[in-house]
Design a protein around this ligand. Structure first.
Ligand code: SF4
Length: 462
């Protein structure tokens, strides 16, 4: 009997971790229907391009990625944030088969069915219990909500992704449990606004392990902290209720790390940005958090050159950074985003001035970060191994999120495997990275998870 052709799908996933989670969901669904994942354009019957449309530069990158997929494969389905602008996509690439917006999983899957019908085989069980993941198997993103109820003037995410829609706590916890059982050692909690989790649902209760659990940030974190894996929180705003999370970090239930996109410190600029939870007491709050959990690492991002930002506002930000002593900082020069309210604000800052401010901010923060990194020399820190090569292991401390923060290089530790949890005596520090040796106080190796099918990206975004 002739062997049936198994339909194969390629995916190009651009944009933020939230988009990556969307790609994983689409692949999991397709895999369950018998599709295979192709790592090359040539091997794919159809290619999905999951786009980002936030900044103009991301739009250009997305349009270029669509063009490459059309040229290399010819059968292309576009989804993701840029999918909202179907006219722009069809204008640039009239040959695309279908265009859908963000989170329209069913529509993407429907478009794939149209392009390459699925094989019907009820005995196919190709999906590992944790679904298809595009991250290495020892860490995974856990999306707790979609959309956002805020109205930051520089942002079009609420227009692209809609209002806050939180997942039931029980569903999130079951997904987290499945991931942990499949060998994941670190969960990265993501959303647009993690501290707003459950607000839209009235903090509704759902069931987990036979007991009710509320859709509330602290309750969810406490439950996640019972799974015995690292739990790291991203996109948190400094609301008072975040204070409840710090004791969980001090007790070792959550990784002592907060990713808080402050964006600025000057009250005037924050007001023009319409940022949530902006108040003058943020520095006090950070100090109080550090009293509860001295090892707390804070990562943040800032925008310089926002319309109306004066030299005085900017100096306020520099002073604030000296006081706040943040561990990791990313800085962007303000850019208009198509459709954002801030485009119409008066007193736009010249590009040259933006560049000067960017350099001044990075200089101040570099000093702060270096001093904080040097203070780690001589300490024994827990670390998770990401890669091992012939020279040793590349790991991360609890202060380092994958892909955005630094590394801990462990010389000579060639017998480790990705996912190992180790103790490292730190011997040397530089601006972003640490170097050290394994400490006899312990290595913990993950149990072997069930075999999982590897999904690969053809290309990867930021
Ligand atoms: S909090 Fe502000 S910047 Fe973040 S997604 Fe919501 S509107 Fe955009």
């Amino acid at each position: 009997m002739a062997r049936r052709h198994i339909p194969k799908v390629g995916i190009v996933s651009l944009g933020c971790p939230k988009a990556l989670v969307d790609s994983e969901r689409i692949l999991t669904k397709l895999r369950a229907e018998g599709y295979e994942i192709s790592g090359s354009y040539a091997g794919a019957d159809v290619v999905i391009v999951n786009t980002c449309g936030f900044l103009d530069s991301a739009r250009d990158e997305s349009l270029a990625a669509i063009g490459e997929a059309v040229a290399e494969n010819g059968r292309v389905i576009v989804t993701g944030c840029l999918g909202k602008d179907e006219a722009a996509i069809r204008g640039a690439h009239p040959k695309v088969l279908a265009v859908t917006g963000p989170q329209q999983y069913e529509a993407v899957v429907g478009a794939v069915h149209q392009a390459v019908p699925p094989l019907h085989d009820p005995f196919l069980d190709l999906v590992p219990p944790q679904g298809i993941r595009l991250t290495p198997r020892h860490y995974a993103y856990l999306k707790i909500s979609e959309g956002c109820n805020n109205a930051c003037s520089f942002c079009i995410i609420p227009a692209l992704r809609g209002r806050l829609a939180s997942r039931p706590a029980g569903d999130i916890l079951r997904e987290a449990e499945r991931l942990a059982a499949a060998g994941v050692r670190e969960l990265l909690v993501i959303s647009q606004d993690t501290s707003a989790y459950g607000l839209d649902a009235g903090y509704a209760e759902s069931e987990w392990r036979g007991a009710p659990v509320r859709a509330r940030m602290a309750d969810l974190c406490r439950a996640l902290g019972e799974l015995g894996v690292w739990v790291r929180l991203h996109y948190v705003y400094p609301y008072p209720h975040v204070d409840e999370i710090l004791p969980l970090m001090a007790e070792g239930r959550l990784v002592p790390y907060l990713d808080i996109p402050f964006q600025h410190a000057s009250p005037r600029v924050l007001k023009a940005m319409r940022r949530p939870a902006h108040q003058e007491k943020t520095l006090e709050r950070i100090r109080a958090w550090r009293r509860v959990c001295p090892d707390l690492a804070i990562r943040s991002t800032f925008i310089v050159g926002f319309p109306g930002e004066t030299e005085e506002d900017f100096e306020f930000l520099l002073d604030w950074l000296e006081e706040a002593q943040l561990d990791r900082v990313g800085c962007f020069r303000y850019e208009d985003v198509r459709g954002a309210a801030s485009n119409a604000l008066p007193d736009q800052v010249e590009d040259e001035e933006k560049q000067v401010r960017w350099e001044r901010l990075m200089e101040v923060q570099q000093r702060v970060s270096e001093a904080r990194m040097q203070a780690k020399v001589g300490r024994v820190l827990p670390a998770i191994v990401d890669e091992v090569d012939e020279e040793g292991a590349i790991a991360r401390s609890q202060a380092d999120a994958p892909e955005i923060d630094g590394n801990v290089f462990i010389e000579g530790a060639v017998d480790l495997v990705p996912g190992d949890l180790v103790a490292v005596r730190i011997e040397h520090a530089e601006e972003y990275d640490l170097w050290g040796r394994l400490d006899p106080s312990g290595t913990e190796r993950p149990a072997d998870p069930p075999a999982s099918a590897a999904a690969r990206k053809l290309t990867s975004g930021a």
